[in-house]
Design a binder for this molecule. Structure first.
Ligand SMILES: Cc1ncc(COP(=O)(O)O)c(C=O)c1O
Length: 415
């Protein structure tokens, strides 16, 4: 095992809990990760000692708050190999996708243009563009998913061939299938057909689990969210090429994002501040910076290695379990640690309830991927997702719950 998981777990207060007299087994980090003490401490430090607003004060507290906030920008930029001027803080990844949909797509695309998306997207990286397409009259094109849970890149090449795709939005890692997409290859394919096309990648499920280098990926913009990477809720980011941000219009307007305001109108602040209207999430930024340091100290290569090793164990055990069908790639080299599966004859909500009785937290439902679920012909799945604080000890309660669920429900007609 790459980490001393038992020691690492002690850093997460929630993981010390018991549920119904049982040890908490947290297998839902793809929905939200747990928060380590260092992140809680960073937020508390701001609230206890430095609470004040950013960018406006000339006194000590305001300088400390500004340093904490801007320090988070530098931390995110360092983590993903970006220019800090390209890091725009948002409320979450959903808002990051909306920011580029409003700031660029809606301004640039119109009738005759096309936007490439994929069937495997989370709603956050699909609906903002569908909505824009309805209003602006451009065409949405979707890359299909193959039987083994991969993007069909031959189909993608055909979808971009006429050169009308001016924007591509796709995920780095699927939250439902676990698939790790070949971002450089897809970006190259899009640009081969239209060198000016913008490539937007949803990195929400990648940043907490893999080394990410935006230059190597070839993405123009990249969305991430704090709460899945050990950080607080209420903060995410759109990380983009500053030159692209310069070409974007603000999404929200008001205080802080202006250079000057007269009764006749306003001019905009520099990037990235032009996209951060109003008082930003300061405590959350302080927490996010601590989360980045925590992740860096673990080492993103080691995080990935831990997940590959543990994922192989979980995948092998689940595939060997009677009635379990694992969705998505079966080889950990091609996937992350979010493992969706169906249990024959048992509705996923019943599986979730039986597991909850055993202190096991999994996600059940459509995972905000309704179009993908429709294509796959399933209404809902169970998803067990791994992170650094999971180990083999978490497997047994999961398997035990699955066999209990089968004993209780299979044949009840609820599936
Ligand atoms: C792949 C993916 N994209 C986007 C999101 C949206 O993240 P948030 O809810 O933090 O905006 C999620 C969250 O589940 C996700 O898994």
């Amino acid at each position: 095992m790459t980490f001393d998981v038992a020691t690492l777990r002690k850093e997460f207060p929630t993981l010390q809990r018991e549920v119904g007299g049982r040890r908490l087994v947290y297998l839902d980090s793809a929905a939200t990760s747990q928060t380590p003490e260092v992140v809680l401490a960073a937020m508390e430090r701001y609230y206890r000692y430095s609470r004040s607003n950013v960018h406006r004060g000339v006194y000590r507290l305001a300088e400390e708050a500004t340093d904490a906030y801007e320090g988070a920008r530098t931390a995110i930029a360092r983590l993903v190999g970006a220019d800090p001027r390209g890091v725009v803080f948002t409320k979450n990844a959903t808002e990051a996708c909306n920011l580029i949909a409003y700031g660029w797509v809606r301004r640039q695309l119109g009738p005759g243009d096309a936007l490439l998306c994929t069937v495997m997207e989370h709603h956050a990286n699909m609906v903002p563009f569908q909505h824009a397409a309805q209003d602006r009259g451009f065409e949405m094109r979707y890359v299909p998913v193959t039987e083994d849970g991969q993007l069909d890149l031959d189909a993608a090449a055909q979808l971009v061939a006429d050169g009308r795709v001016r924007f591509a939005a796709f995920t780095h890692v699927s939250n439902m299938l676990g698939t790790i997409n070949d971002v450089p290859r897809i970006a190259a394919l899009v640009r081969a057909a239209n060198p000016d096309a913008i490539v937007h990648v949803d990195g929400t499920q990648a940043v907490p689990h893999l080394p990410v280098d935006l230059a190597a990926l070839g993405a123009d913009s990249y969305a991430l969210t704090g709460h899945k990477m050990f950080g607080p809720t209420g903060i995410g980011a759109l990380v983009a090429d500053p030159a692209l941000l310069e070409r974007m219009e603000p999404f929200l307007t008001g205080g802080d994002m202006i250079r000057d305001v007269t009764l006749a109108g306003a001019t905009w602040n520099d990037v990235p501040h032009r996209f951060e209207a109003g008082t930003p999430p300061i405590a959350e930024a302080a927490g996010l910076a601590a989360a980045v340091t925590f992740l860096e100290e673990l080492g993103t290569e080691r995080v990935r290695a831990h997940e590959v090793a543990l994922g192989e164990t979980f995948l092998a055990a689940l595939r060997a379990t009677d009635g379990v069908e694992v969705h998505g790639p079966h080889d950990m080299a091609q996937r992350g640690g979010a493992i969706s599966f169906s249990l024959e004859g048992v509705h996923p909500h019943d599986v979730g309830a039986v597991l909850d009785d055993r202190g096991v937290c999994v996600r059940v439902g459509h995972h905000c991927c309704k179009p993908l679920m429709r294509e796959m012909g399933v209404n809902a799945t169970v998803r067990a997702s791994l992170h650094v604080y999971n180990d083999e000890d978490d497997l047994e309660p999961l398997l035990e719950g699955l066999s209990a669920a089968r004993r209780m429900f299979a044949g009840s007609g609820r599936a």
